[in-house]
Ligand binder design. Sequence first.
Ligand SMILES: C[S@@+](CC[C@H](N)C(=O)[O-])C[C@H]1O[C@@H](n2cnc3c(N)ncnc32)[C@H](O)[C@@H]1O
Length: 304
Amino acid sequence: METIGSAARYPSPLRYPGGKGKVANFLKLLIVQNDLSGIDYVEPYAGGASVALTLLFEDYVSNAHINDLNPGVYQFWRLAIDDPDVLCRRIRAADLTLDEWRRQKRIYADADTAPEDLAFATFFLNRTNRSGIISRGGVIGGNDQTGDWKIDARFNKASLCARILKIARFAPRLTVTNHDAVTLLKANASRAGAALHYLDPPYYLKGSRLYDNFYSHDDHLAVSGTVRSMKGPWVVSYDADPEILSMYPGCESMRYILGYSASKSPNGTEVMFFSEDLVVPDVSSPAGIASSTVDAAKVAATLF
Ligand SMILES: C[S@@+](CC[C@H](N)C(=O)[O-])C[C@H]1O[C@@H](n2cnc3c(N)ncnc32)[C@H](O)[C@@H]1O
């Protein structure tokens, strides 16, 4: 059961299929070990943006830029930052019924929906659909609501509003945009001053089942070509499909299993690639690093 205190444990109010909250401590370690504390940070495929929020809340980065091409996801972040009180008022008043779920689905699908309504519909469906799959997901508990979990199982209003109000406090250091990621990367590549980019593109294999915006093989190739030509530090995470592995030749990489903290596995289902200027932390897996490991790295960094 989520409580208000879970605002600290789960920084994001969005649930995200393939969400990368579990690698946030690894990114902290990477920042400390590469002496990048206070750098600006960009997440071109933000989704639930758990990593960006964690790094910002804990002052590992000065400013965070979260970008997502999905209009609903973008409008959600826009409203959370620009008008958190309106968003929270709507959350507190939300009617967690099947009728309302059907109504929010229609609002989400309507191309003429106003930005604030789209933001709320995206959020409502994200919290009431199985696995947080926004447009294709079925409702938690099923259409007859006979499952063990019901439509309101992931809709703790107090906890969700606490998370949103916390994010809003960081608004001056948070930028939200709605660009195509490759366009954004190209613009940033020519900009002075390095930022750390963490890319978590739609999965190669399952992308079309999970997200409205997904990629073809050639799109994935374009991401690889663009990010590998960038000057500043970058990290990319993916599903470890052989096609993806062949797109990052010569890059340092790490394979691991996202769901299990202690498994850096040569056969792992996930992979991370790193820009050549980065020292890659020597850990058993990027998923599930303990906070104490990050603290020890900070102490070590002050000794040298
Ligand atoms: C794997 S998810 C990111 C999950 C995120 N790392 C998290 O922890 O919640 C990929 C995201 O990329 C977005 N996306 C898909 N194509 C995009 C594009 N061309 N440019 C920017 N974002 C895109 C999708 O809407 C989706 O939110």
